[in-house]
Write a protein that binds this ligand. Structure first.
Ligand SMILES: Nc1ncnc2c1ncn2[C@@H]1O[C@H](COP(=O)(O)OP(=O)(O)OP(=O)(O)O)[C@@H](O)[C@H]1O
Ligand SMILES: Nc1ncnc2c1ncn2[C@@H]1O[C@H](COP(=O)(O)OP(=O)(O)OP(=O)(O)O)[C@@H](O)[C@H]1O
Ligand SMILES: [Mg+2]
Ligand SMILES: [Mg+2]
Lengths: 256, 256
Protein backbone atom coordinates (compact mmCIF):
# COMPACT_ATOMS: atom_id res chain seq x y z
CA UNK A 1 0.00 0.00 0.00
CA UNK A 2 1.68 3.16 -1.20
CA UNK A 3 2.45 5.91 1.26
CA UNK A 4 2.20 9.42 -0.23
CA UNK A 5 4.10 12.15 1.61
CA UNK A 6 4.00 15.87 0.75
CA UNK A 7 6.98 18.05 1.73
CA UNK A 8 5.39 21.42 2.50
CA UNK A 9 6.20 24.83 4.00
CA UNK A 10 5.30 28.20 2.48
CA UNK A 11 8.48 29.72 3.95
CA UNK A 12 11.20 29.86 1.32
CA UNK A 13 14.51 28.11 1.49
CA UNK A 14 13.83 25.83 4.45
CA UNK A 15 15.02 22.65 2.73
CA UNK A 16 11.83 21.29 1.15
CA UNK A 17 13.56 20.29 -2.10
CA UNK A 18 16.68 19.07 -0.33
CA UNK A 19 14.44 16.90 1.86
CA UNK A 20 12.31 15.65 -1.06
CA UNK A 21 15.38 14.60 -3.07
CA UNK A 22 17.36 13.08 -0.25
CA UNK A 23 14.55 11.38 1.66
CA UNK A 24 13.36 9.81 -1.61
CA UNK A 25 16.89 8.74 -2.57
CA UNK A 26 17.46 7.27 0.90
CA UNK A 27 14.25 5.23 0.64
CA UNK A 28 15.31 4.07 -2.84
CA UNK A 29 18.82 2.99 -1.85
CA UNK A 30 17.23 0.85 0.85
CA UNK A 31 15.32 -0.78 -2.00
CA UNK A 32 11.89 0.80 -1.56
CA UNK A 33 10.31 1.71 -4.91
CA UNK A 34 9.97 5.46 -4.68
CA UNK A 35 8.58 8.21 -6.92
CA UNK A 36 9.39 11.90 -6.52
CA UNK A 37 6.80 14.36 -7.89
CA UNK A 38 8.08 17.91 -8.48
CA UNK A 39 5.15 20.32 -7.94
CA UNK A 40 7.28 23.48 -7.96
CA UNK A 41 7.51 25.72 -11.07
CA UNK A 42 11.12 26.43 -10.02
CA UNK A 43 11.76 22.72 -10.79
CA UNK A 44 14.66 22.48 -8.33
CA UNK A 45 13.84 18.85 -7.54
CA UNK A 46 14.03 18.12 -11.27
CA UNK A 47 17.42 19.76 -11.80
CA UNK A 48 18.74 18.45 -8.48
CA UNK A 49 18.22 14.93 -9.85
CA UNK A 50 20.09 15.72 -13.05
CA UNK A 51 17.30 16.71 -15.45
CA UNK A 52 16.95 19.93 -17.45
CA UNK A 53 13.47 21.36 -16.69
CA UNK A 54 13.39 23.10 -20.08
CA UNK A 55 13.61 19.67 -21.69
CA UNK A 56 10.72 18.24 -19.67
CA UNK A 57 8.06 17.90 -22.34
CA UNK A 58 5.99 15.41 -20.34
CA UNK A 59 5.87 17.05 -16.94
CA UNK A 60 3.59 17.29 -13.91
CA UNK A 61 2.01 20.32 -15.59
CA UNK A 62 0.62 18.23 -18.44
CA UNK A 63 -0.47 15.60 -15.88
CA UNK A 64 -2.33 18.09 -13.67
CA UNK A 65 -4.19 19.71 -16.58
CA UNK A 66 -5.12 16.22 -17.71
CA UNK A 67 -3.47 15.99 -21.13
CA UNK A 68 -1.22 13.04 -20.25
CA UNK A 69 -1.17 10.26 -17.68
CA UNK A 70 1.15 10.27 -14.66
CA UNK A 71 2.61 7.06 -16.06
CA UNK A 72 3.77 8.69 -19.28
CA UNK A 73 5.41 11.58 -17.39
CA UNK A 74 7.51 9.26 -15.24
CA UNK A 75 11.29 9.18 -15.72
CA UNK A 76 13.78 6.79 -14.17
CA UNK A 77 16.74 8.39 -12.42
CA UNK A 78 20.37 7.53 -11.78
CA UNK A 79 19.25 5.91 -8.53
CA UNK A 80 17.84 2.38 -8.79
CA UNK A 81 14.27 2.22 -7.40
CA UNK A 82 13.90 6.00 -7.76
CA UNK A 83 11.67 7.59 -10.41
CA UNK A 84 10.72 11.22 -11.01
CA UNK A 85 7.82 13.16 -12.48
CA UNK A 86 9.57 16.43 -13.43
CA UNK A 87 8.25 19.98 -13.30
CA UNK A 88 8.70 22.60 -15.98
CA UNK A 89 8.20 26.37 -16.26
CA UNK A 90 4.61 26.02 -17.57
CA UNK A 91 3.63 25.11 -14.03
CA UNK A 92 3.86 28.85 -13.22
CA UNK A 93 0.53 29.45 -14.91
CA UNK A 94 -1.07 26.21 -13.72
CA UNK A 95 -2.73 27.66 -10.64
CA UNK A 96 -4.62 30.14 -12.80
CA UNK A 97 -5.45 27.59 -15.48
CA UNK A 98 -7.03 25.11 -13.10
CA UNK A 99 -8.92 27.64 -10.98
CA UNK A 100 -12.26 27.04 -12.69
CA UNK A 101 -11.84 23.31 -13.17
CA UNK A 102 -14.27 21.19 -11.11
CA UNK A 103 -12.47 19.44 -8.22
CA UNK A 104 -9.47 21.63 -8.93
CA UNK A 105 -7.83 20.57 -5.61
CA UNK A 106 -8.09 16.86 -6.45
CA UNK A 107 -6.36 16.79 -9.83
CA UNK A 108 -3.05 15.45 -8.54
CA UNK A 109 -4.71 12.88 -6.27
CA UNK A 110 -6.65 11.45 -9.20
CA UNK A 111 -3.68 11.44 -11.56
CA UNK A 112 -1.58 9.50 -9.05
CA UNK A 113 -4.18 6.75 -8.52
CA UNK A 114 -2.87 4.70 -11.45
CA UNK A 115 0.53 4.53 -9.79
CA UNK A 116 -0.48 3.31 -6.34
CA UNK A 117 0.47 -0.32 -6.97
CA UNK A 118 3.86 0.55 -8.48
CA UNK A 119 5.47 2.33 -5.53
CA UNK A 120 5.96 2.02 -1.80
CA UNK A 121 6.51 5.77 -1.41
CA UNK A 122 5.53 8.85 -3.41
CA UNK A 123 7.26 12.04 -2.24
CA UNK A 124 5.83 15.38 -3.42
CA UNK A 125 7.98 18.56 -3.41
CA UNK A 126 5.91 21.74 -2.94
CA UNK A 127 6.57 25.39 -3.89
CA UNK A 128 6.97 28.10 -1.20
CA UNK A 129 3.30 29.05 -1.15
CA UNK A 130 -0.07 27.87 0.12
CA UNK A 131 -1.72 28.09 -3.30
CA UNK A 132 -3.45 25.48 -5.43
CA UNK A 133 -0.31 23.50 -6.22
CA UNK A 134 0.44 22.93 -2.52
CA UNK A 135 -3.24 22.28 -1.80
CA UNK A 136 -3.25 19.63 -4.55
CA UNK A 137 -0.23 18.00 -2.93
CA UNK A 138 -1.84 18.04 0.54
CA UNK A 139 -5.07 16.61 -0.92
CA UNK A 140 -3.18 13.78 -2.64
CA UNK A 141 -1.03 12.95 0.39
CA UNK A 142 -1.46 10.52 3.26
CA UNK A 143 0.82 12.71 5.36
CA UNK A 144 2.97 15.83 5.28
CA UNK A 145 6.54 16.42 6.39
CA UNK A 146 7.15 20.02 7.46
CA UNK A 147 10.82 21.03 7.13
CA UNK A 148 11.56 23.97 9.45
CA UNK A 149 14.73 26.03 9.46
CA UNK A 150 15.50 26.86 13.07
CA UNK A 151 15.14 30.64 12.61
CA UNK A 152 12.50 33.26 13.46
CA UNK A 153 10.60 33.74 10.16
CA UNK A 154 10.21 29.97 9.66
CA UNK A 155 8.80 29.59 13.17
CA UNK A 156 6.33 32.41 12.50
CA UNK A 157 4.95 30.81 9.36
CA UNK A 158 3.94 27.54 11.01
CA UNK A 159 0.57 28.83 12.20
CA UNK A 160 -0.55 29.59 8.65
CA UNK A 161 0.62 26.19 7.41
CA UNK A 162 -1.13 24.28 10.19
CA UNK A 163 -4.30 26.24 9.44
CA UNK A 164 -4.12 25.22 5.78
CA UNK A 165 -3.62 21.58 6.78
CA UNK A 166 -6.69 21.84 9.02
CA UNK A 167 -8.77 23.26 6.17
CA UNK A 168 -7.61 20.55 3.76
CA UNK A 169 -8.51 17.89 6.35
CA UNK A 170 -11.96 19.35 6.87
CA UNK A 171 -12.89 19.87 3.23
CA UNK A 172 -10.77 17.64 1.01
CA UNK A 173 -8.71 14.96 2.73
CA UNK A 174 -9.83 13.85 6.22
CA UNK A 175 -6.99 11.33 6.43
CA UNK A 176 -4.17 13.85 6.09
CA UNK A 177 -1.67 13.26 8.90
CA UNK A 178 1.42 15.12 9.97
CA UNK A 179 4.25 12.68 9.33
CA UNK A 180 6.51 14.94 11.31
CA UNK A 181 8.26 18.27 11.66
CA UNK A 182 11.86 18.06 10.46
CA UNK A 183 14.42 20.54 11.80
CA UNK A 184 16.68 21.54 8.90
CA UNK A 185 19.71 23.76 8.24
CA UNK A 186 20.48 23.40 11.94
CA UNK A 187 23.57 25.06 13.34
CA UNK A 188 24.14 23.75 16.85
CA UNK A 189 26.52 26.57 17.76
CA UNK A 190 23.81 29.20 17.46
CA UNK A 191 21.63 30.10 20.41
CA UNK A 192 18.88 31.19 17.99
CA UNK A 193 18.83 27.70 16.43
CA UNK A 194 18.48 26.06 19.82
CA UNK A 195 15.80 28.52 20.96
CA UNK A 196 13.67 27.94 17.87
CA UNK A 197 14.26 24.17 18.09
CA UNK A 198 13.06 24.00 21.70
CA UNK A 199 10.05 26.17 20.80
CA UNK A 200 9.15 23.68 18.08
CA UNK A 201 9.65 20.63 20.30
CA UNK A 202 7.50 22.26 22.97
CA UNK A 203 4.65 22.74 20.52
CA UNK A 204 4.90 19.58 18.42
CA UNK A 205 6.25 17.12 20.99
CA UNK A 206 6.69 13.63 19.61
CA UNK A 207 5.77 14.72 16.10
CA UNK A 208 9.25 16.23 15.66
CA UNK A 209 11.70 13.89 13.92
CA UNK A 210 14.44 12.69 16.26
CA UNK A 211 16.91 13.29 13.43
CA UNK A 212 18.00 16.92 13.06
CA UNK A 213 19.44 17.78 9.65
CA UNK A 214 22.58 19.83 10.22
CA UNK A 215 23.98 22.42 7.88
CA UNK A 216 26.37 20.44 5.65
CA UNK A 217 27.95 21.89 2.52
CA UNK A 218 27.69 18.54 0.67
CA UNK A 219 23.88 18.93 0.66
CA UNK A 220 24.24 22.28 -1.14
CA UNK A 221 26.90 20.98 -3.55
CA UNK A 222 25.16 17.76 -4.62
CA UNK A 223 22.41 19.39 -6.77
CA UNK A 224 25.03 21.23 -8.82
CA UNK A 225 26.10 17.72 -9.94
CA UNK A 226 22.49 16.65 -10.46
CA UNK A 227 22.81 14.00 -7.76
CA UNK A 228 21.24 13.23 -4.40
CA UNK A 229 23.85 13.46 -1.65
CA UNK A 230 23.88 9.69 -1.15
CA UNK A 231 25.37 9.33 -4.67
CA UNK A 232 27.57 12.42 -4.35
CA UNK A 233 29.14 11.68 -0.94
CA UNK A 234 27.52 8.75 0.83
CA UNK A 235 29.70 9.06 3.94
CA UNK A 236 29.07 12.74 4.71
CA UNK A 237 26.92 13.89 7.63
CA UNK A 238 24.20 15.15 5.29
CA UNK A 239 23.80 11.72 3.70
CA UNK A 240 23.71 10.03 7.09
CA UNK A 241 21.13 12.54 8.37
CA UNK A 242 18.74 11.80 5.51
CA UNK A 243 19.28 8.03 5.73
CA UNK A 244 18.26 8.38 9.39
CA UNK A 245 15.17 10.39 8.43
CA UNK A 246 14.24 7.60 6.01
CA UNK A 247 14.68 5.07 8.79
CA UNK A 248 12.28 7.01 11.01
CA UNK A 249 9.72 7.16 8.19
CA UNK A 250 10.07 3.40 7.62
CA UNK A 251 9.77 2.65 11.34
CA UNK A 252 6.53 4.57 11.73
CA UNK A 253 5.07 3.05 8.58
CA UNK A 254 5.69 -0.63 9.18
CA UNK A 255 2.37 -2.36 8.82
CA UNK A 256 2.04 -4.85 11.71
CA UNK B 1 11.70 62.51 -7.09
CA UNK B 2 10.95 59.20 -5.41
CA UNK B 3 12.94 56.09 -6.31
CA UNK B 4 10.90 52.88 -6.15
CA UNK B 5 12.91 49.66 -5.75
CA UNK B 6 11.45 46.14 -5.79
CA UNK B 7 13.34 43.36 -3.98
CA UNK B 8 12.61 40.28 -6.08
CA UNK B 9 13.65 36.64 -6.53
CA UNK B 10 11.31 33.68 -6.86
CA UNK B 11 13.85 31.46 -5.07
CA UNK B 12 12.92 31.09 -1.43
CA UNK B 13 15.00 32.19 1.51
CA UNK B 14 17.61 34.22 -0.37
CA UNK B 15 17.31 37.30 1.87
CA UNK B 16 14.63 39.36 0.13
CA UNK B 17 12.91 40.37 3.35
CA UNK B 18 16.17 40.80 5.25
CA UNK B 19 17.34 43.10 2.43
CA UNK B 20 14.03 45.01 2.24
CA UNK B 21 14.01 45.70 6.00
CA UNK B 22 17.68 46.53 6.40
CA UNK B 23 18.23 48.50 3.21
CA UNK B 24 15.13 50.58 4.03
CA UNK B 25 16.24 51.10 7.64
CA UNK B 26 19.76 52.06 6.50
CA UNK B 27 18.33 54.67 4.11
CA UNK B 28 16.10 55.97 6.92
CA UNK B 29 18.87 56.29 9.52
CA UNK B 30 20.77 58.40 7.00
CA UNK B 31 17.69 60.64 7.01
CA UNK B 32 16.11 59.67 3.71
CA UNK B 33 12.32 59.43 3.97
CA UNK B 34 11.65 55.78 3.18
CA UNK B 35 8.55 53.58 2.86
CA UNK B 36 8.61 49.78 2.95
CA UNK B 37 5.74 48.00 1.20
CA UNK B 38 5.22 44.35 2.21
CA UNK B 39 3.79 42.48 -0.82
CA UNK B 40 4.25 39.00 0.68
CA UNK B 41 1.30 37.09 2.24
CA UNK B 42 3.85 35.62 4.70
CA UNK B 43 4.16 39.22 6.04
CA UNK B 44 7.74 38.67 7.27
CA UNK B 45 8.67 42.30 6.54
CA UNK B 46 5.72 43.36 8.70
CA UNK B 47 6.64 41.19 11.68
CA UNK B 48 10.36 41.88 11.25
CA UNK B 49 9.57 45.55 11.86
CA UNK B 50 7.62 44.76 15.02
CA UNK B 51 4.02 44.57 13.78
CA UNK B 52 1.55 41.70 14.16
CA UNK B 53 0.24 40.85 10.66
CA UNK B 54 -3.01 39.53 12.14
CA UNK B 55 -3.64 43.00 13.53
CA UNK B 56 -3.09 44.71 10.17
CA UNK B 57 -6.61 45.81 9.31
CA UNK B 58 -5.47 48.40 6.78
CA UNK B 59 -2.92 46.47 4.76
CA UNK B 60 -1.51 46.34 1.24
CA UNK B 61 -4.26 43.84 0.44
CA UNK B 62 -7.00 46.46 0.93
CA UNK B 63 -4.86 48.95 -1.03
CA UNK B 64 -4.35 46.61 -4.01
CA UNK B 65 -8.03 45.67 -4.27
CA UNK B 66 -8.81 49.38 -4.11
CA UNK B 67 -10.87 49.64 -0.94
CA UNK B 68 -8.49 52.02 0.85
CA UNK B 69 -5.76 54.48 -0.13
CA UNK B 70 -2.06 53.73 0.30
CA UNK B 71 -1.95 56.75 2.59
CA UNK B 72 -4.41 55.27 5.05
CA UNK B 73 -2.53 51.95 5.18
CA UNK B 74 0.75 53.62 6.11
CA UNK B 75 2.21 53.06 9.59
CA UNK B 76 5.19 54.78 11.15
CA UNK B 77 7.85 52.48 12.61
CA UNK B 78 10.33 52.59 15.47
CA UNK B 79 12.85 54.05 13.02
CA UNK B 80 12.58 57.79 12.31
CA UNK B 81 12.04 58.45 8.58
CA UNK B 82 10.85 54.85 8.05
CA UNK B 83 7.21 53.99 7.33
CA UNK B 84 5.58 50.66 6.46
CA UNK B 85 2.54 49.46 4.54
CA UNK B 86 1.99 46.04 6.18
CA UNK B 87 0.80 42.79 4.62
CA UNK B 88 -1.75 40.44 6.07
CA UNK B 89 -2.90 36.89 5.40
CA UNK B 90 -5.73 38.01 3.06
CA UNK B 91 -3.02 38.72 0.50
CA UNK B 92 -2.89 34.94 -0.12
CA UNK B 93 -6.09 35.12 -2.15
CA UNK B 94 -5.26 38.46 -3.77
CA UNK B 95 -3.71 37.02 -6.92
CA UNK B 96 -6.94 35.18 -7.70
CA UNK B 97 -9.17 38.09 -6.74
CA UNK B 98 -7.45 40.55 -9.07
CA UNK B 99 -7.05 38.21 -12.02
CA UNK B 100 -10.03 39.59 -13.93
CA UNK B 101 -9.54 43.22 -12.92
CA UNK B 102 -8.59 45.52 -15.83
CA UNK B 103 -4.93 46.61 -15.59
CA UNK B 104 -4.46 43.99 -12.89
CA UNK B 105 -0.65 44.36 -13.10
CA UNK B 106 -0.80 48.14 -12.49
CA UNK B 107 -2.82 48.23 -9.28
CA UNK B 108 0.15 48.80 -6.97
CA UNK B 109 1.74 51.39 -9.28
CA UNK B 110 -1.45 53.44 -9.27
CA UNK B 111 -2.00 53.16 -5.54
CA UNK B 112 1.53 54.42 -4.83
CA UNK B 113 1.20 57.52 -7.04
CA UNK B 114 -0.29 59.59 -4.19
CA UNK B 115 2.83 58.96 -2.11
CA UNK B 116 5.49 59.99 -4.64
CA UNK B 117 6.07 63.41 -3.11
CA UNK B 118 6.31 62.10 0.46
CA UNK B 119 9.28 59.75 0.12
CA UNK B 120 12.77 59.58 -1.35
CA UNK B 121 12.67 55.76 -1.48
CA UNK B 122 9.93 53.16 -1.62
CA UNK B 123 11.19 49.60 -1.07
CA UNK B 124 8.88 46.72 -2.03
CA UNK B 125 9.37 43.22 -0.54
CA UNK B 126 8.16 40.43 -2.89
CA UNK B 127 7.02 36.85 -2.22
CA UNK B 128 9.02 33.84 -3.53
CA UNK B 129 7.08 33.58 -6.79
CA UNK B 130 6.72 35.22 -10.21
CA UNK B 131 2.96 35.66 -9.85
CA UNK B 132 0.76 38.75 -9.97
CA UNK B 133 2.00 40.20 -6.67
CA UNK B 134 5.62 40.23 -7.88
CA UNK B 135 4.55 41.48 -11.31
CA UNK B 136 2.67 44.35 -9.64
CA UNK B 137 5.85 45.20 -7.72
CA UNK B 138 7.98 45.11 -10.89
CA UNK B 139 5.43 47.25 -12.73
CA UNK B 140 5.41 49.85 -9.95
CA UNK B 141 9.18 49.94 -9.58
CA UNK B 142 11.88 52.11 -11.16
CA UNK B 143 14.38 49.34 -10.53
CA UNK B 144 14.79 45.91 -8.99
CA UNK B 145 17.39 44.54 -6.58
CA UNK B 146 17.95 40.81 -6.99
CA UNK B 147 19.28 39.18 -3.80
CA UNK B 148 21.08 35.94 -4.67
CA UNK B 149 22.28 33.34 -2.20
CA UNK B 150 25.57 32.00 -3.49
CA UNK B 151 24.32 28.41 -3.96
CA UNK B 152 23.27 26.27 -6.90
CA UNK B 153 19.43 26.49 -6.89
CA UNK B 154 19.50 30.29 -6.55
CA UNK B 155 21.86 30.55 -9.53
CA UNK B 156 19.58 28.32 -11.58
CA UNK B 157 16.50 30.46 -10.97
CA UNK B 158 18.01 33.68 -12.33
CA UNK B 159 17.13 32.91 -15.96
CA UNK B 160 13.42 32.73 -15.16
CA UNK B 161 13.56 35.96 -13.16
CA UNK B 162 15.42 37.88 -15.89
CA UNK B 163 12.87 36.63 -18.41
CA UNK B 164 10.03 37.97 -16.26
CA UNK B 165 11.80 41.33 -15.97
CA UNK B 166 12.15 41.42 -19.77
CA UNK B 167 8.44 40.70 -20.23
CA UNK B 168 7.45 43.39 -17.71
CA UNK B 169 9.71 45.87 -19.54
CA UNK B 170 8.19 45.04 -22.89
CA UNK B 171 4.55 45.08 -21.86
CA UNK B 172 4.08 47.09 -18.71
CA UNK B 173 7.07 49.15 -17.53
CA UNK B 174 9.67 50.08 -20.17
CA UNK B 175 11.72 52.01 -17.58
CA UNK B 176 12.34 49.05 -15.27
CA UNK B 177 16.08 48.88 -14.51
CA UNK B 178 18.19 46.39 -12.64
CA UNK B 179 19.46 48.33 -9.64
CA UNK B 180 21.84 45.48 -8.97
CA UNK B 181 22.39 41.87 -8.02
CA UNK B 182 23.17 41.54 -4.31
CA UNK B 183 25.10 38.51 -3.08
CA UNK B 184 23.58 37.41 0.22
CA UNK B 185 24.10 34.77 2.91
CA UNK B 186 27.68 34.58 1.69
CA UNK B 187 30.10 32.26 3.42
CA UNK B 188 33.60 33.07 2.23
CA UNK B 189 35.05 29.78 3.50
CA UNK B 190 32.96 27.74 1.07
CA UNK B 191 34.24 26.95 -2.40
CA UNK B 192 30.63 26.64 -3.60
CA UNK B 193 29.91 30.23 -2.48
CA UNK B 194 32.93 31.53 -4.35
CA UNK B 195 32.14 29.52 -7.48
CA UNK B 196 28.57 30.79 -7.64
CA UNK B 197 29.74 34.34 -6.85
CA UNK B 198 32.24 34.34 -9.72
CA UNK B 199 29.60 32.87 -12.05
CA UNK B 200 27.30 35.77 -11.14
CA UNK B 201 30.00 38.41 -11.54
CA UNK B 202 30.92 36.95 -14.91
CA UNK B 203 27.33 37.26 -16.12
CA UNK B 204 26.25 40.52 -14.48
CA UNK B 205 29.54 42.41 -14.41
CA UNK B 206 29.24 45.89 -12.95
CA UNK B 207 25.59 45.34 -12.04
CA UNK B 208 26.67 43.28 -9.02
CA UNK B 209 26.80 45.30 -5.79
CA UNK B 210 30.36 45.72 -4.53
CA UNK B 211 29.05 44.97 -1.05
CA UNK B 212 28.61 41.26 -0.32
CA UNK B 213 26.25 40.51 2.58
CA UNK B 214 27.92 37.87 4.74
CA UNK B 215 26.15 35.34 6.87
CA UNK B 216 25.79 37.07 10.26
CA UNK B 217 23.65 35.70 13.06
CA UNK B 218 22.54 39.20 14.14
CA UNK B 219 20.59 39.50 10.87
CA UNK B 220 18.62 36.36 11.76
CA UNK B 221 18.10 37.39 15.38
CA UNK B 222 16.92 40.97 14.79
CA UNK B 223 13.45 40.11 13.38
CA UNK B 224 12.65 38.05 16.48
CA UNK B 225 12.85 41.39 18.33
CA UNK B 226 10.84 43.17 15.63
CA UNK B 227 13.78 45.42 14.80
CA UNK B 228 16.01 46.11 11.82
CA UNK B 229 19.60 45.11 12.60
CA UNK B 230 20.72 48.76 12.76
CA UNK B 231 18.53 49.19 15.87
CA UNK B 232 19.32 45.74 17.25
CA UNK B 233 23.13 45.81 16.92
CA UNK B 234 24.37 48.79 14.94
CA UNK B 235 28.03 47.77 15.15
CA UNK B 236 27.72 44.21 13.84
CA UNK B 237 28.95 43.15 10.41
CA UNK B 238 25.37 42.67 9.15
CA UNK B 239 24.44 46.26 10.00
CA UNK B 240 27.59 47.56 8.34
CA UNK B 241 26.97 45.47 5.23
CA UNK B 242 23.48 46.93 4.75
CA UNK B 243 24.62 50.50 5.48
CA UNK B 244 27.18 49.95 2.71
CA UNK B 245 24.47 48.65 0.35
CA UNK B 246 22.45 51.79 1.10
CA UNK B 247 25.51 53.91 0.30
CA UNK B 248 25.88 52.22 -3.08
CA UNK B 249 22.18 52.84 -3.83
CA UNK B 250 22.56 56.51 -2.85
CA UNK B 251 25.71 56.92 -4.94
CA UNK B 252 24.09 55.59 -8.10
CA UNK B 253 20.96 57.67 -7.56
CA UNK B 254 22.46 61.09 -6.96
CA UNK B 255 20.84 63.43 -9.43
CA UNK B 256 23.63 65.50 -11.00
N1 LIG C 1 21.23 20.84 5.54
C1 LIG C 1 21.70 21.67 4.60
N2 LIG C 1 23.00 22.04 4.60
C2 LIG C 1 23.49 22.90 3.68
N3 LIG C 1 22.77 23.45 2.69
C3 LIG C 1 21.46 23.11 2.61
C4 LIG C 1 20.86 22.20 3.54
N4 LIG C 1 19.55 22.04 3.20
C5 LIG C 1 19.35 22.83 2.12
N5 LIG C 1 20.50 23.47 1.75
C6 LIG C 1 20.68 24.47 0.70
O1 LIG C 1 19.91 25.61 1.12
C7 LIG C 1 19.20 26.19 0.02
C8 LIG C 1 17.70 26.10 0.28
O2 LIG C 1 17.31 24.75 0.32
P1 LIG C 1 16.10 24.20 -0.57
O3 LIG C 1 16.17 24.77 -1.96
O4 LIG C 1 16.08 22.71 -0.45
O5 LIG C 1 14.86 24.84 0.21
P2 LIG C 1 13.37 24.95 -0.30
O6 LIG C 1 12.52 25.03 0.93
O7 LIG C 1 13.05 23.85 -1.26
O8 LIG C 1 13.37 26.34 -1.07
P3 LIG C 1 12.15 26.95 -1.91
O9 LIG C 1 11.22 27.55 -0.90
O10 LIG C 1 12.79 27.98 -2.81
O11 LIG C 1 11.52 25.80 -2.67
C9 LIG C 1 19.64 25.41 -1.22
O12 LIG C 1 20.72 26.12 -1.83
C10 LIG C 1 20.10 24.06 -0.65
O13 LIG C 1 21.08 23.44 -1.48
N1 LIG D 1 23.08 37.63 5.91
C1 LIG D 1 22.36 36.83 6.72
N2 LIG D 1 22.93 36.23 7.77
C2 LIG D 1 22.23 35.39 8.58
N3 LIG D 1 20.93 35.10 8.40
C3 LIG D 1 20.29 35.67 7.37
C4 LIG D 1 20.95 36.58 6.46
N4 LIG D 1 20.04 37.00 5.54
C5 LIG D 1 18.89 36.38 5.85
N5 LIG D 1 19.02 35.58 6.96
C6 LIG D 1 18.01 34.69 7.55
O1 LIG D 1 17.81 33.67 6.56
C7 LIG D 1 16.41 33.35 6.46
C8 LIG D 1 15.91 33.68 5.05
O2 LIG D 1 15.99 35.09 4.84
P1 LIG D 1 14.73 35.92 4.34
O3 LIG D 1 13.48 35.50 5.04
O4 LIG D 1 15.09 37.37 4.39
O5 LIG D 1 14.67 35.44 2.81
P2 LIG D 1 13.49 35.66 1.78
O6 LIG D 1 14.09 35.61 0.43
O7 LIG D 1 12.71 36.91 2.12
O8 LIG D 1 12.57 34.38 2.03
P3 LIG D 1 11.13 34.10 1.37
O9 LIG D 1 11.44 33.57 -0.01
O10 LIG D 1 10.51 33.07 2.26
O11 LIG D 1 10.40 35.42 1.34
C9 LIG D 1 15.71 34.16 7.54
O12 LIG D 1 15.60 33.34 8.71
C10 LIG D 1 16.66 35.33 7.78
O13 LIG D 1 16.57 35.85 9.11
MG1 LIG E 1 12.28 23.95 -3.21
MG1 LIG F 1 10.65 37.13 2.47
Amino acid sequence: MVKIIAIANQKGGVGKTTTAINLAASLAVTEHRTLVVDMDPQANCTSGLGFDPRMAVNSIYEVVIGSISAQSATQSTEVPYLNLIPANINLVGAEFEIIDVPSRECLLARALMDLHTQYEFIIIDCPPSLGLLTVNALTAADSVIIPVQAEYFALEGLGQLLNTIKIVRRRLNPNLDIEGVLLTLFDARLRLSKQVASEIKRYFGSRVFRTIVRRNIRLAEAPSFGKPVVLYDAACKGARNYLAVAQEVLQSNITP
